[in-house]
Design a protein around this ligand. Structure first.
Ligand SMILES: Nc1nc2c(ncn2[C@@H]2O[C@H](COP(=O)(O)OP(=O)(O)OP(=O)(O)O)[C@@H](O)[C@H]2O)c(=O)[nH]1
Ligand SMILES: [Mg+2]
Length: 324
């Protein structure tokens, strides 16, 4: 089959049969957004296949890719297939910024059981926060039982992307204040497992203690995020980390948290799709500068905020019959 000219339906059928090139093409469609992406989304959503998902986030250079690479090796040693999605919210290009990761993952490049892909937001409605969950469903539909998502975690979008997974691993380094930085970025709330990587550098014990102290203050019955020390470059602690990830997944499955989390995520996703759609429709209906003009009206007290919202809604409704 010549993939280049294949329809989303043909690509989806091929990807579901294990064709990795078709899978890569599907993910490009997701990235680009628009009508083909919606078709892909609809197909993947009907699939009953689910994947366990693990997000790995943390400051630039903290060793996320090296950890992912080692985790992939650990999973492969057990014989499981695995997908890797490398997400860089700060970059509009897939590939470029992630080239280093590709090089680091060369060992797995020829392994049929490993699918590696980087992703950026090109045109997907709602950006990466919405493209990533869709990509995860496509990967699951293609039969990958486990997907690791690497995100450079610094801002709000990054935290959102990282928490689109069942288990979120937050990576910090033994640097003064690293734990506090992670806390400020909101990563403490989303972390299920902490990793102090580069533990071969001085200060690992202190960073670990900082994290434990912060965890003492946060109350969450049921699961206390373990803090694992690793030296990813020499494979130290990787087995412990993989063990903790699996322990967390078992914990999620055991008490119904997994279902609740997935439900919450879908609810959030649906709401985000809806507001992104409405925002786009409003922009189209009001034309360039239209929303800004309404903001001016509100600021100058010509319209109250509710009346301005009414204007937007009626502009959308007037317009909708011709593009429904
Ligand atoms: N000393 C030491 N170096 C490490 C360790 N883990 C990773 N590194 C090195 O740290 C550098 C950054 O590692 P990456 O795995 O690319 O880090 P990253 O978090 O993926 O980086 P970005 O994707 O650019 O945010 C590389 O030179 C690694 O070899 C470790 O445990 N100890
Ligand atoms: Mg990386």
């Amino acid at each position: 089959m010549t993939l280049r000219h294949s329809s989303p339906t043909e690509l989806y059928a091929a990807a579901s049969d294990g064709d990795r090139r078709a899978l890569a093409r599907l993910l490009s469609l997701v990235e680009r957004g628009g009508a083909p992406s919606r078709q892909v989304a609809a197909l993947a959503y009907r699939s009953a296949r689910e994947a366990a998902t693990v997000g790995i986030t943390g400051a630039p250079g903290s060793g996320k890719s090296t950890l992912v690479d080692r985790l992939v090796a650990a999973v492969r040693a057990e014989g499981g297939d695995v997908g890797v999605l490398a997400v860089d919210p700060s970059s509009p290009f897939s590939g470029g910024a992630i080239l280093g990761d590709r090089v680091r993952m060369q060992e797995h490049a020829l392994d049929e059981g490993v699918f590696i892909r980087s992703m950026a937001s090109r045109g997907h409605l709602g950006g990466l926060a919405l493209a990533v969950p869709e990509a995860l469903r496509v990967l699951a539909a293609a039969g990958l039982p486990l997907v690791l998502v690497e995100t450079v975690g610094v801002g709000q979008v990054e935290v959102e992307v990282a928490s689109a997974t069942d288990t979120t691993v937050v990576v910090v380094n033994p640097r003064w204040g690293d734990a506090i930085q992670a806390n400020k970025a909101g990563l403490l709330e989303v972390a299920d497992v902490f990793v102090v990587n580069k533990a071969d550098n001085p200060g690992a014990a202190e960073t670990r203690r900082d994290l434990e102290q912060m965890l003492d203050l946060s109350v969450d019955a049921g699961w206390r995020p373990p803090v694992v020390q690793t030296v990813a470059t020499s494979d130290d602690g990787i087995d412990v980390l993989w063990g903790e990830i699996r322990r967390h997944q078992a914990h999620l499955a055991a008490d119904g948290t997994l279902e609740r989390r997935r439900r919450d995520r879908l609810a959030r996703e649906f709401r985000a799709v809806l507001s992104a759609r409405l925002a786009r429709d409003a922009e189209h209906a009001l034309g360039e500068g239209g929303l800004g003009a309404l903001v001016d009206d509100v600021v100058e007290h010509r319209l109250d905020p509710y009346a301005a919202a009414d204007e937007v809604i009626s502009a959308i409704t007037r317009r909708s019959p011709d593009h429904a």
